[in-house]
Write a protein that binds this ligand. Structure first.
Ligand code: HEM
Ligand code: EMZ
Length: 385
């Protein structure tokens, strides 16, 4: 298998029974593996809720390190819709020309800085830097703030060897508290100030609610983007013909981005809590237990995707769920797609090829299922065009 390939550990279980049971901190999870079932359950928020105890729908569960409810992620309809209506215009700002210009400039500067002939460690020195700098645009705050976020490392709740790192989480929570206080004292045109001025259903948001939106913005868009960017670089290092094809055929770049999100599936799965005794794939799911919607498995479902384990750059029918499905579909997807599109444009313009040197894979362990999501470190050399 090529080093940039992402395996599908769920195939047999998906085909044979459609689900798999895995353990997690005394709160087991029934993973749903087929695209049809994942969509059906994502849609049925009454039976499969997101608004459980904060942290419980995440796998691994974050109940031990978090009491703040992430908004809109851990809220069910109808309140969910009110929060989405407030947030959506802000999260669509990446469609604006000046946003795109600034993002292009950030990414071009970064790519040019790694074209100097030295090997580059892609995770810390490229993907994390790119993600943090781009986030300043999404929050509409000064570029220099990204330096602090870079110093936090790739995941805000996890660290090397620790799936849940409470001390690290507290750094983020304290930081966000302080930023909200600053925006209260001196409102500006950043996301914190927008939230402080806003109303949902006729009420101002509480500080705790604003904190919930901000924690989600920092956490949800961090390792997902880092995995997407670094897997893209690893893929091009092994498929120079694909980089060349995207250079020659700019019209397929949009399809290639969707295909990368399908194939890489940077977020493996997300949980829901069952509200009433029910069945999934003819298997009993009891009230107050957890299921998860496995985007990564659904995205390899051969009953929907032809040659699911191949990257087909110009794949035409691509109803992937890499950004989720239904009410909670990814609010950051516009920003994430713009990052990937800008990255591909800049690579096509400036990079001839990428040499893979070595890398340590980041493998998630869900009992017997071992899935690569990206890399702990990845060393490459960028060759200028
Ligand atoms: C939701 C994936 C980037 C913010 C989701 C969901 C998925 C996902 C699968 C659905 C969760 C569920 O149904 O429970 C991804 C991937 C990304 C990415 C693959 C990168 C390639 C981002 C970014 C941000 C972000 C950059 C913001 C900075 C959110 C938010 C939600 C969400 C706020 C919750 C939406 C809601 O509950 O209504 N994401 N995400 N994501 N994502 Fe992303
Ligand atoms: C949560 C999640 C959001 C969770 C859409 O996904 O991303 C995870 O990386 C975080 O750990 O808290 O924000």
């Amino acid at each position: 298998m090529k080093h940039s390939a992402i395996n599908d550990p769920f195939e047999q279980a998906r085909v044979e029974q459609g689900y798999a049971q895995v353990s997690d901190q005394d709160d087991p999870v029934t993973m749903l593996l087929r695209l049809k079932d994942v969509r059906k359950c994502a849609h049925n928020w009454q039976t499969f809720q997101s608004g459980a105890v904060p942290g419980r729908i995440v796998v691994p569960s974050e109940v031990s390190i978090r009491t703040t409810r992430q908004i809109p992620f851990e809220v069910d309809p109808p309140l969910h819709k009110s929060f989405r209506e407030l947030l959506e215009p802000w999260f669509k700002r990446p469609l604006q020309a000046d946003y795109q210009q600034q993002l292009h400039q950030q990414i071009e500067t970064l790519v040019k800085s790694v074209l100097l002939g030295e090997p580059v460690e892609v995770i810390e020195d490229f993907a994390l830097v790119l993600q943090s700098r781009a986030l300043t645009l999404l929050l509409n705050i000064p570029f220099a703030e990204s330096e602090l976020w870079i110093s936090w490392g790739t995941h805000v709740f996890r660290s090397e060897g620790e799936a849940l790192d409470g001390d690290k989480a507290n750094i983020l929570y304290d930081y966000i508290d302080a930023q909200i206080d600053k925006a209260m004292a001196k409102p500006g045109d950043d996301l914190y100030s927008m939230l402080l001025a806003a109303e949902v259903n006729g009420n101002k948001l509480s500080k705790e609610e604003i904190k919930g939106v901000m924690i989600l913005t920092f956490a949800g868009g961090r390792d997902t983007v880092i995995n997407a960017v670094s897997n893209t670089i690893a893929y091009f290092s092994e498929h120079p013909e694909s980089l060349q094809r995207l250079r020659d055929e700019p019209e397929i770049r949009g399809r290639a981005i969707e295909e990368f999100v399908r194939y890489f599936s940077p977020l493996t799965h997300m949980g829901r809590v069952v509200t009433e005794d029910t069945q999934v794939c003819e298997h009993a799911a009891k009230a107050d237990t957890r299921v998860s919607l496995c985007w990564a498995s659904a995205n390899r479902d051969a009953s929907v995707f032809e040659n699911p384990n191949e990257v087909v750059l110009d794949r035409k029918m691509n109803p992937h769920v890499g950004f989720g499905f239904s009410h909670h579909n990814c609010l950051g997807a516009t920003h994430a797609r713009q990052i990937l599109s800008t990255l591909i444009n800049v690579l096509c313009e400036n990079v001839q090829s990428i040499d893979f040197i070595d890398g340590q894979e980041n493998i998630e362990h869900w009992d017997e299922f071992k899935r690569k999501v990206g890399y702990h470190n990845l060393n490459v050399k960028f060759n200028p065009a």
